[in-house]
Structures are given as structure tokens and as C-alpha cells.
Design a protein around this ligand. Sequence first.
Ligand SMILES: Nc1ncnc2c1ncn2[C@@H]1O[C@H](COP(=O)(O)OP(=O)(O)OP(=O)(O)O)[C@@H](O)[C@H]1O
Length: 274
Amino acid sequence: MEMLELNNLHKTFNPGTVNEKVALNGVSLHMEAGDFATIVGSNGAGKSTMFNAITGGFIADEGSIVLGGQDITFAPEYERSKVIGHLFQDPLKGTAPNMTIEENLALAYLRAGTAPHAIFSRISRKDKELFREKLALLNMGLEDRMKQPVGLLSGGQRQALTLLMATLVTPKLLLLDEHTAALDPATAEKVLELTKSIVAEKKITCLMVTHNMHQALELGNRTLMMDGGRIVFDVKGEERSKMTVDDLLEKFRENAGKALDNDRILLSKVEAGN
Ligand SMILES: Nc1ncnc2c1ncn2[C@@H]1O[C@H](COP(=O)(O)OP(=O)(O)OP(=O)(O)O)[C@@H](O)[C@H]1O
């Protein structure tokens, strides 16, 4: 079954001004249910903009978006947020700092729920038990801190909680925008492992932006490369499993007509000493 269909999406920021910027220039993508695609691309390729188009941060100038068989091209952002999870690089973005862990989970649970007038008091003891169970799976001791405000958590704990909130009710689509890039390496690895297990267990259709070329080939079942507001390379199956990072860089060069220029990829190479 097809889960996501992007048809020829276009978006130009500040049209007709000196700051005019074509951010999406005909993005088309078909994802089967359960597909997990990694995305790498050059600086300003349009990766985050593509995610924002999908979540309804703006309506694309042209093109259409179909999610789970439903045309959501003009659906409001709050409607989409019920079925699309979106994680950012910044762990502060996904949670409400002054509310407790339990309240944050309750909000996520109710937002994704189908009840039209869901209110706080509808969270039952059983729901709280479910929260505790799920928190325990994160293996960060958060199940014993449910009454503490989220603002006290570390970045990694907060990102793990955001991931849990986004997947508590299985979303139709999960968008991960470099969600481990701001964490220290050990924590990043932990959050990545959690991501892999949750996505696999719930068979979530997932798109993940990364600047780590190894991750781009190892995670999920498909790799997309973006440049200049387009998807310039899309690989899966046997061809992908045989690819090395150098092959991937070469494919980018062939298809984009230039070398991959991404500051963060460059920086991570310097840090890794290669
Ligand atoms: N709200 C906005 N207003 C004006 N220009 C924007 C806006 N959002 C994005 N852009 C521009 O659109 C282009 C695509 O940006 P986007 O953030 O999607 O790229 P990206 O692939 O995620 O890049 P990076 O890896 O550098 O974060 C960039 O040139 C960016 O400056």
C-alpha cells in the first residue's frame, strides 16, 4: 500500500523580491507503507522545506500531497499533526518545558486521538500506566520522574521523550530532521537505536534527514539525495545494499552535476579525522 505521495511540489520564498528563493523545484516522491528513507543533500537543498510542506507549515505553490490515500494538500497543519510526527535537531522544540513528563505525554496522546473534544481529565490511570511502561522502554529512568517538568531533562532525554510522544499513537508518517545532530555521540547513538526499534516495531513510514553518509546507507531501506529543491537520486534494494559512501558521493556528482557541498558532512569528516 502506498502511504505517501508527493507530486511535483514547488515552493518559492519571497517571490518577486531580491530575496526570491526557489526552495522546492518539482519534488515528487512515492513511499510505500513501512518504507524508511534516509535523506542527504547539499546546503539549502530543500530538505527541511520538503518536511514543512508535508506538515503544512505552508501550502506549496504547486503540486499535491496524498497521505494514506487522503489528499492533504490543503489540510490545516493541526489536522496533519495528528497523523504526522516531526522531530527537529533542537531537542527544545518538541516538548513544553513547564509541563511535566506525564502532561506532555497526555497532550501528545490526546492530540493524536480521535475524540473531537479530548480534554485532560480523560487521561485515566490505565493511560498513565501505559506512559510509565513506554517511558521504561527508553531506559533513561524517566518512568520515575513523570511528575517532573520536562525543562529539567537533558537534551537526549528530551529528544527520546519527543520521539515517544510522536509515536505513542502510531503516526502515518514520521519526519526526522537531523534529530540526533545536536546530541553528544553516545546519546545520539542511544536515541538512534531507540528510533530504529520504534520505527521497526510499529512499521512506521519514515523519512530521516542525516548528514552522516554511513547512516544514510545503513538505516532504513532507501536513500534519497537532494539538491536545488529536487530529489536527484533515489536508491533502494540490491543497488543500495552494495553501495559505499564513495559510490553515493559519485552518484550525487553524476546526478547533480557537482560535488556534494554540505558543511555539516564536511565538519563530521574533519571531526572523524578522515
Ligand atoms: N522561511 C523561509 N524564507 C525564506 N527562505 C527560506 C525559508 N525557509 C527556507 N528558505 C531557503 O530555502 C532554501 C532551502 O532551505 P532548507 O532549510 O529547506 O534546506 P535544507 O536542505 O534543509 O538545508 P540545510 O542542510 O542547510 O539545513 C534555502 O536556500 C533557505 O535559505
